[in-house]
Ligand binder design. Structure first.
Ligand code: FEO
Ligand code: CA
Ligand code: CA
Ligand code: CA
Length: 633
């Protein structure tokens, strides 16, 4: 985002662990942390443009900043769906000069983020047709409507009518896609096509359902809410549903709040009287003076059943309320399902949810997400980490500290995690298990606010402008890791930034002058267990375009990142999604043209259409190999 979105910390006391311990560890080991003897044990080899010891064979792109995008030679890129394209059959054609709420409610929303590609039938395999789900995270008011000026001007001066369009531009889209000529295209709208917006009725389940803080004038039951907001990344479930995660909802609520306990709680989530967006001036439920509790109904993980167009989305409150990046699952050996989650704010935390019962594929329990244990991560300097349960009545989570129920705990998950002394992180984005080596990767995007006194073992750099990637190692064999274990080992996979220029940047030694990255955000794993990292913020942090970088996670090419895709200026790359056979890579290109001074009339890019007079359009693209076969190879 182009304003201080995730970047205003609201954790009042980001504890530091003892920096002397870290110093000692660094000087003793002379390498990274956590007892990973293989970490970055790279071998210097030549010819990194062709891979060096990497198992990836594509020719690496050069770093650059351009109006259009680029992909490694031998690959083709195709635009699959853009902001304004039809999702429902009755959607009118897109006209960027006359966007209406009614049209937007049937068209592809703005700022696509998380992507899922699902088989046409629940539990089936992906054939020549499939379902594509995309989140729509937020709106660039200045690039959506003419005559609005720059970003901050536009958000503040948004009209009531434009705010209604923005409500419809949030949420998610479900569309049918089909194979064509070795790639994929949008299919004619099918029966499962669906738009979810910031107005779609949703059910609230789990410990916070019906809680007094969840009740509003429009919903005295505290069980129904209209819509979801700022859905960033997400995940799927073993029972064939989609999880879509509410992140920076705080920027859509405004107005003064007087009730002290609630005001304190809102402060911890960064909700302020005068936010960057002007919705609260037009729509009563976004104004806390009129509806103090509406904001409590956002910041959750939402479950959507793509196979039942009539199904009501469900906010699963057992997974806690915070600025959720994503929620990705891994199976524990006993069949319980483990969801890894990041709270994307400077000095906030990494979380996990373990279902109370195992998943039964023969007879799935569709409410498995309502019961289980939410935990938060504490990383120790000795290379171990512990999952601290957020369970009402245990430790400090009692009435003495204002927690009267598990509903209180999930509603104020951040404050509960503060009391448990979780480790304040450098903005946790995707947290995802590698299905091949069994390790769990945490994208820590950056944290320029961390002072030298606030460094800890897991966040070892002060003024961390470029972020790092942390690796957790559950106990058990790599093909049978115990993701439900209370303790794990951990280490750092890489520290981002430009080697030689940015203090502490660290990769495989053979990483080329183009292979270094800045601001890791989303990730995916291919069928060989290699990590595909998408970045967000490299333009302002490092002066290079955001992109997709690929590295081995094991062997001689471990942490040798290579640049595979370069985004158009102003855009971040989200989603990365590989088909199970690696034959296609789907990417969500979010906020193209989000550069300082960019306007509807004079944007920094008009990607992907490059139509004079028209603004850029956030779009989902699909990359395949010209010769067929696995991308990147
Ligand atoms: Fe929406 Fe954390 O990125
Ligand atoms: Ca993100
Ligand atoms: Ca991901
Ligand atoms: Ca981000």
């Amino acid at each position: 985002m182009d304003f201080d979105a995730e970047n205003t910390p609201s954790n009042p006391d980001p504890r530091e662990t003892i920096s002397e311990i870290i110093e000692r560890r660094f000087s003793r080991r002379g390498a990274l942390l956590g007892g990973l003897s293989t970490a970055l044990a790279g071998v210097a080899e030549a010819a990194p443009m062709h891979g060096g010891p990497s198992t990836l064979t594509f020719a690496e792109l050069p770093h650059q900043l351009a109006q259009t995008d680029a992909v490694a030679a031998g690959h083709q890129s195709r635009v699959l769906i853009r902001w304004g394209d039809p999702v429902l059959p009755e959607a009118p054609p897109f006209d960027p000069r006359r966007v209406t709420a009614a049209a937007q409610a049937m068209q592809f929303g703005y700022n696509n983020d998380y992507l899922a590609v699902l088989p046409m039938q629940r539990g089936g395999a992906i054939g020549d047709r499939a379902l594509l789900w995309a989140n729509h995270e937020y709106t660039n008011t200045n690039l959506m409507f003419p005559g609005m000026g720059t970003s901050s001007q536009a958000r503040a001066r948004v009209s009531a009518e434009q705010a209604e369009v923005e409500l419809m531009a949030h949420g998610g889209s479900l569309v049918e896609i089909e194979r064509e000529g070795g790639s994929w295209k949008l299919a004619r709208a099918g029966q499962l096509n669906r738009r979810i917006t910031a107005t779609t009725p949703m059910r609230i389940s789990g410990p916070a359902a019906g809680h007094p803080w969840m009740r509003t004038n429009a919903d005295p039951s505290g069980l129904r809410v209209l819509g979801m907001l700022n859905n960033c990344a997400g995940g799927t479930t073993p029972w064939g549903t989609i999880l879509t995660c509410e992140e920076n909802f705080n920027f859509l609520f405004g107005g003064e709040l007087t009730e002290p306990a609630l005001a304190e709680s809102h402060r911890r989530y960064g909700i302020v009287a005068n936010p960057p967006y002007g919705w609260h001036r037009h729509i009563a439920r976004f104004n806390r003076t009129q509806e103090p509790n509406e904001a409590n109904r956002f910041g959750w993980v939402v479950e959507i059943d793509p196979y039942d167009p009539q199904s009501m989305p469900v906010k699963r409150t057992a997974l806690g309320r915070f600025k959720h990046e994503g929620a990705t699952y891994a199976m524990a050996p006993d069949g319980r399902v483990v969801f890894y989650m990041g709270d994307d704010q400077r000095f906030d935390y990494v979380y996990r949810f373990v279902t109370a019962r195992p998943h039964n594929p023969a007879n799935p329990d569709r409410n498995l997400l309502d019961e289980g244990t939410l935990s938060v991560a504490r990383y120790e300097a000795d290379g171990t980490m512990r999952w601290l349960p957020l369970v009402h009545g245990t430790g400090p989570l009692t009435e003495a500290n204002g927690f009267r129920s598990q509903g209180d705990v999930v509603l104020e998950a951040r404050r509960a995690a503060d009391l448990l002394q979780a480790t304040p992180m450098d903005r946790p984005e995707d947290v995802e298990a590698n299905p091949i080596n069994g390790r769990v990767y945490v994208m820590l995007t950056n944290n320029a606010n961390r002072s030298a006194e606030q460094v800890n073992a897991a966040n070892p750099r002060p003024a961390n402008a470029h972020g790092h990637v942390l690796e957790m190692i559950p106990p058990g064999a790599p093909d049978r890791p115990d993701h439900a274990a209370e303790t794990m080992r951990w280490g750092l996979f890489l520290r981002a930034g430009k080697p030689g220029l940015d203090a502490g940047a660290q990769y495989h030694r053979a990483t080329s002058e183009h292979g270094w990255l800045s601001c890791p955000d989303n990730c995916a794993f291919d069928s060989k267990g290699r990590i595909w990292i998408a970045t967000d913020g490299a333009g302002s942090a490092a002066g290079v375009a955001d992109g997709v970088y690929v590295a081995d996670t094991e062997g001689r090419g471990r942490a040798l990142t290579r640049l595979f895709y370069q985004a158009p200026t102003g855009a971040e790359v989200c989603g990365p999604l590989l088909l199970p056979d690696d034959s296609a890579l789907f990417l969500a290109i979010q906020h193209p043209g989000e550069d300082p001074g960019s306007t509807f009339e004079n944007p920094s890019t008009r990607w992907p259409d490059f139509v004079e007079g028209a603004p850029p359009r956030p779009s989902v693209i699909v990359i395949t190999r010209e010769a067929g076969g696995p991308v990147g190879s």
